[in-house]
Write a protein that binds this ligand. Sequence first.
Ligand code: DGL
Length: 291
Amino acid sequence: MTSANFATDGSRPALAPSDPIGVFDSGVGGLTILHELLVSLPAEDYVYVGDTVHFPYGDRTQDELRQFSLELTDHLLAVGAKLIVVACNSASAAALETLEQHLVEAAPDVAVIGVLRPAAQLAVVSSHSGRIGLLATPATVANGAYERAIAAADSHVQLESVACADLARMIQSGFPFDERVVETVRGYCAPLRAAAVDTVILGSTHYPLCAAMLQRMLGRDVKLVSAGAGVARSVERALAARDLLNPQKTEGTYRFQCTDDAASFKAVGTRFLQMPLGDVEQVRMPVAVAR
Ligand code: DGL
């Protein structure tokens, strides 16, 4: 961990409204969440880290995801983040509770917001039939966190979960989409159609990029839910509760870091952010430490 934002005695300076919001993901997928934050909270400054060297998180173990998430969180604290957004379903499922506990010690004034609870809440509010579908990575489905979040919101809702092996990677590398992507997505929709769900959670940050394809295959009446808008609301409330909303009237700044090749991140990332990316800096995380 760098010590850039720590005083010589190791203490953290008090947070200020002008401090940036820190956002992390396994790579470019979380840019679909950042997109929503930039639109909903335009006055804020953002630092985004994509852990591209460990992509895809969807194939990682729960322990690995917790380890990477702790390192990325410490990195964002060191660059002065006033709040952390875990813009990745796989990392939110595996690590959100660990991060919450870690911050109680490391930075009690810094809130951490994941994507899973906001998406689950939006889905429960949307569903009339009580049958909700989930498309997510194998790591997210294996964790069971969506089942728990949905059951906590409403015990009468049934969740049909589909683990979409390799779909995030296909979406990332398969543009423009070809028949292979279309047929893969169609296969993942089949169990959701059979279960007659009326709402589907796009449980990976990559999936909003194939929303049109999904809507066509699932039918126009099925509501597709992604976390972005709910995450932005949660961030707004968490900052307001701590008097940390940036009061400036102008647009804030945003900057990017990644743990692998910066040029590739920039080339792919623009499609996910739908805004210019600017410079991308390659950063190194510390060598893994057991916690
Ligand atoms: N960002 C990841 C998620 O939302 C998807 C991509 C990956 O597997 O790393 O789960």
